[in-house]
Write a protein that binds this ligand. Sequence first.
Ligand SMILES: C[S@@+](CC[C@H](N)C(=O)[O-])C[C@H]1O[C@@H](n2cnc3c(N)ncnc32)[C@H](O)[C@@H]1O
Ligand SMILES: [Zn+2]
Length: 344
Amino acid sequence: MATELKSSKYRCPQCGAGDFSVTTTQWRCDACGQAFACASGIPRLFVEARLGSQDRKLRDTFYDGLFGRLYQVMMPAIVMPVRPLAMSWPYWIAYGVVVAVLLGLVVGLVDALASGAFALAGLLAAALAVAGWLLSRQRYLLHLMWVAVPAWLSLSRKPYAPPESFAQVHERVLAPLRSAGRRLQVLDVSTGSCNSLYKHGWMDLDADYTAIDLSETMLKQGSDMMSAAGVPVDLVLGDAMELPFQTDSFDVVLSYGAVNGLTDPSKAIAEMARVAKPGGVLLFLDEQIYDAATAVERAYFMKVLSSHNVIHRCPVETFPPTLTDVRVSQVYQFYYICTARKAA
Ligand SMILES: C[S@@+](CC[C@H](N)C(=O)[O-])C[C@H]1O[C@@H](n2cnc3c(N)ncnc32)[C@H](O)[C@@H]1O
Ligand SMILES: [Zn+2]
């Protein structure tokens, strides 16, 4: 049986209307009749043909692929040169094992060829070919192999003191929200595993949560995590560049680690501004390198951390004029947080 969802926060990606007839397997727009199938009860509120080419490519090869399935392991591995050893040592051990195995294969191959053990040489060459094929498909891992140690050495020589820390930026935004005195609507764009939405203080608010992502693999992890934590959240499969939400719907619009990698980052920011209520706040984080970076740190940034991105810094000059109080804080060597307010 279908439930009627009338004049909701949702917006039909086909015609812009807000009324849907909802079942567990599909949402049908009352105005244009377009049906949107659900994946595990989560509506797919986007039109496949309208996705940007970069977004489709990243979803299909990255977030719905190996990287997305192993996201909880891959992400900390990629950032291990920036993290304190106390947090990242298991990844350094895994890295050491992988490098030792690869070197062992090369040495073994040379040795087998030199001693005429051609069957063994064939086996070792096949193993190396498989490793080479895997690394060529995940280029950032190939580059991580050679740049991890030099980047770590370079970074550990000079600790970074941000003008405003990650925690301070969050507190600046969260403090007035905690005393808002009314129930807030919070949206997390490109929420992935819902990790950042859950972790950075947003759960302390008196709020309803909505979270959107394009990848089923990633959003399934978010759904599992939020259910395990007992946090009700409206999950949507959709496109950050065409948010399926009505204009002026949210008090807070967040996004962590996604904007720079979208086909059109400026369009996504304009969409985040559109769905924010007048007076609402935007906060988003992504990759941007600090001014004092060394050559090896730049190589690590461009070849590993920011390698899948379309832009490599906050595109502040393209913000819509509705955004005021714009502040960009370089919170870590390789990450900025941008905060802004939609004009009231
Ligand atoms: C690096 S992950 C960040 C996930 C999460 N925000 C976090 O902090 O862990 C980037 C996310 O952006 C999502 N994404 C990529 N293109 C998107 C698009 N066009 N619309 C919505 N989400 C998108 C990916 O599926 C992925 O989950
Ligand atoms: Zn419609």
